[in-house]
Design a protein around this ligand. Structure first.
Ligand SMILES: [Ca+2]
Ligand SMILES: [Ca+2]
Length: 231
């Protein structure tokens, strides 16, 4: 049988014509089906976006503070530590951020004795916190008795501002902001004093060999408040 005969047979044979018609009809039905599914699904998607719930996420804060004053010798470096009691973790949803301020004056009592140099470093350690957050200020230096202020984001992405989020559920957003593992443990602050000597002092009894430094710790805890925003 030649190829001409095959085509001839396919188009002219009654049975083949019937098969071809069925096949064409099937293709048409399939095309219509796909178009219908596509548009129905798209429509549902668009409708879902229009009706997606919006939530407001805000934070009520509670701060735990502690203070320590220590006299550090000239040239010495000391480590002060700080730990938040367990009850704070039990009572609140999360530990948002840690702020540390370091204050000092010249306490030698000597005439014409200027401010010493004080350096402070909050040392990253194994306490779980957002140590890499670019907003962190982990080190500071003062030469003029001004306050050194340090800050560490403890709960990742915590800013404390009210935000709006779309979709999911209130429970989802509450659980996103509930985790008591961040900030558990001992924070370590390294402080170094470099004492400046009274101007024009020649007597060995007139010297400045230390400084009294006061460190204030402020641990900001939060409770998250999630509310659906009515459209
Ligand atoms: Ca001094
Ligand atoms: Ca001093």
């Amino acid at each position: 049988m030649s190829s001409d005969n095959v085509l001839h047979d396919l188009f002219l044979d009654e049975e083949s014509k019937q098969r071809l018609s069925i096949f064409v009809a099937f293709c048409l039905v399939l095309a219509v089906y796909h178009a219908t599914v596509y548009w129905v699904v798209m429509d549902e998607d668009i409708a879902a976006k229009d009706t997606m719930a919006m939530y407001s996420v805000s934070f009520e804060t509670n701060t735990y503070t502690d203070q320590e004053t220590r006299t550090i010798d000239d040239g010495d470096r000391e480590v002060l530590s700080f730990e938040v009691p367990t009850s704070m973790f039990d009572d609140h949803d999360g530990f948002g951020m840690l702020m540390v301020t370091i204050n000092y004056q010249e306490t030698s009592g000597q005439v014409a004795d200027g401010c010493d140099t004080v350096a402070a470093d909050l040392k990253p350690n194994n306490v779980k916190a957002d140590w890499q957050d670019e907003r962190n200020v982990l080190s500071g230096l003062s030469t003029d008795c001004s306050t050194i202020s340090l800050a560490l984001t403890v709960f990742p992405d915590y800013i404390g501002n009210q935000t709006q989020v779309a979709g999911m559920s209130a429970e989802h957003w509450t659980s996103q902001w509930t985790d008591d593992s961040h900030g558990r443990g001992m924070f370590e602050l390294q402080i170094e004093v470099d004492a400046s000597q009274p101007a024009g002092s020649v007597l060995p009894t007139v010297s400045d060999d230390d400084e009294e430094v006061t460190v204030s710790w402020e641990a900001v805890f939060f409770d998250v408040v999630v509310e659906e925003i009515e459209a």
